[in-house]
Design a protein around this ligand. Structure first.
Ligand code: SF4
Ligand code: SF4
Length: 506
């Protein structure tokens, strides 16, 4: 089974001396380094012998990448066909040329190397840190960069943002142990740098049922589910090797998944584009992203996209093309997404009744097609509207109707009706078999058979030459199931976290 593996060695030492960090004040002996080396090689051997699959992230107490044994071990892991990626957290102070030479000499696969760099403005300049990032990128190495959201270091963090390429993601971690709250202006400023900063400020209530398949292994083999969990899952070196017991996996004594390494394991927290192994914090953007609107981009019942979602969408629009896949007609979609309409490249509207590809900046169309539907039944059906409590709305282009919506008054239809009753109603209204009927929140949405969000997305992908693996879809409702299933369900929106009072130290 593929899973995210975390490994923490026995060393507790760092070459930096950040004022708030306990590891800056420790010393490290030759014997300590040797012990750490043996423990890491024992871990890598065990991973290979037990045919463990997935990805490995080294999360040291201090700085690990100063030691060649980590580069050797990562290189060994990267050679395994069962390991998709391997890397480590670091302050990026390691001698990159020298260490990469070790990695290469040990047969390491650069494509699988993933590095996580934390910028410490107290210890290094933005220029120096950015130079290391740029060097790694020039060697074809995937990395992420970020910093603790300390408002006192805002200028240096902004400088780093400016020095890194536009498409490099810069994360911001919530500052822990703070006495004062972040001000609204500080939250806004950090959110502009990291559009996912709100995830750091959210309460992610611990829920082992929502945990992914991850394992955290200490140098002595003690195993837990994540870096903060206290629930033992046994020992990695126990013989015979066995996976964790079901009853242990059901327990978590923590109140919250309180840091990125914990909540990134959660299946119900939105971390779009961080792929199969979000622990590395390296986004992999598709070429095209298709979004449902109601319940996905715009909260149910709201008239317009929120400021935060708009910010994320704008961030995303610099990295991939944004399309919509909605049951709304074009005019409603435009209204709901007015603040970001200039970055929308088109989409599937009216449940597939209309497909549109726009020129850049949301204007003009290179494709604007509808699928006309049979409306012979409509006039008679409208006559029955009063009796059955609905109003009919038609959507048309060039005089041809491509969608009809029957909006029922509360209590008259919709979610309360059984499937059989819905079928009877369609029969009574004489809606022909050539029409496709979709129920959504008290609305009967009718288009021609063969139309749908998925069909529309595939048409746009064909038109623009996107392969299946180059597109991603996001939706929240039953109406989105077909497209989510086709694209492996990676974009199911089900964020159940609640905003938390932001806090910080200064
Ligand atoms: S770089 Fe990280 S581990 Fe090292 S002293 Fe600073 S905070 Fe601690
Ligand atoms: S704290 Fe860790 S083990 Fe507990 S629910 Fe969160 S991620 Fe899972």
């Amino acid at each position: 089974m593929k899973r995210q593996w975390y490994y923490r060695g026995s060393l507790k030492y760092c070459n930096y001396s950040c004022s708030y960090c306990p590891f800056s004040k420790r010393s490290c002996s030759r014997a300590g380094i040797q012990k750490d080396k043996e423990a890491f090689f024992r871990f890598t051997d065990r991973m290979l012998v037990q045919k463990c699959e997935g990805a490995v992230l080294v999360v040291p107490y201090g700085e690990a990448l100063l030691y060649p044994h980590y580069w050797e071990g990562l290189a060994t892991l990267s050679q395994s066909g069962r390991i998709d990626a391997a890397g480590a957290q670091s302050n990026f102070s390691f001698p990159a040329k020298q260490m990469l030479a070790v990695y290469r000499a040990c047969g390491g696969d650069l494509q699988k190397l993933r590095l996580w760099g934390t910028f410490h403005p107290e210890m290094t300049s933005a220029r120096q840190f950015a130079d290391q990032c740029l060097y790694l990128a020039s060697q074809g190495i995937s990395y992420c960069a970020g910093a603790v959201g300390d408002p006192r270091q805002m200028d240096e963090i902004r400088m780093l943002r400016d020095l890194l390429p536009d498409n490099a993601y810069l994360w911001i971690n919530r500052m822990d142990g703070c006495k004062q709250k972040y001000t609204d202006a500080q939250v806004k400023a950090f959110s502009e740098i990291d559009p996912f900063f709100s995830q750091e400020l959210a309460h992610h209530r611990a829920n082992p049922a929502a945990c992914g398949e991850n394992r955290f292994v200490e140098a002595d083999g003690s195993m837990r589910r994540c870096n903060i969990s206290r629930q033992s899952l046994g020992n990695f070196y126990e013989e015979p090797y066995a996976d964790a017991k079901e009853e242990d996996l059901r327990v978590c004594t923590k109140k919250e998944c309180a840091c990125y390494l914990a909540y990134c394991n959660r299946k119900d927290v939105i971390l779009p584009f961080f792929g199969q192994y979000p622990a590395f914090r390296i986004p992999a953007y598709p070429k095209a992203a298709f979004f449902d609107i109601d319940g996905t981009l715009v909260p149910k019942g709201e008239k317009q996209i929120t400021e935060e979602t708009a910010r994320r969408l704008l961030h995303l629009s610099k990295r991939c093309e944004i399309f919509l896949a909605t049951s709304l007609p074009l005019s409603y979609a435009k209204r709901k997404l007015a603040p970001v309409w200039h970055v929308i490249r088109g989409g599937v509207f009216a449940n597939g009744g209309r497909r549109l590809i726009l020129e850049c900046s949301g204007a003009g169309g290179t494709l604007d097609v509808i699928t006309p539907m049979n409306t012979d039944w409509l006039a008679a059906a409208k006559e029955l509207g009063k009796r059955h409590g609905f109003t009919a709305h038609t959507y048309q282009k060039g005089g041809e109707v491509y969608k009809v919506t029957l909006a029922f008054r509360p209590g008259r239809a919709g979610t309360g009706r059984t499937e059989a009753k819905r079928r009877n109603l369609a029969h009574l209204l004489k809606i022909p078999d050539s029409c496709r009927i979709l129920w959504e929140e008290g609305r009967m949405q009718i288009t021609k058979q063969g139309t749908g969000k998925l069909e529309g997305i595939l048409e746009i992908c064909r038109e623009l030459g996107y392969r299946k693996e180059e597109a991603a879809v996001f939706g929240d409702s039953e109406n989105d199931t077909e497209m989510l299933d086709y694209f492996n369900g990676t974009g199911r929106v089900q964020n159940r976290t609640e905003p938390k009072e932001p806090d910080c130290k200064t």
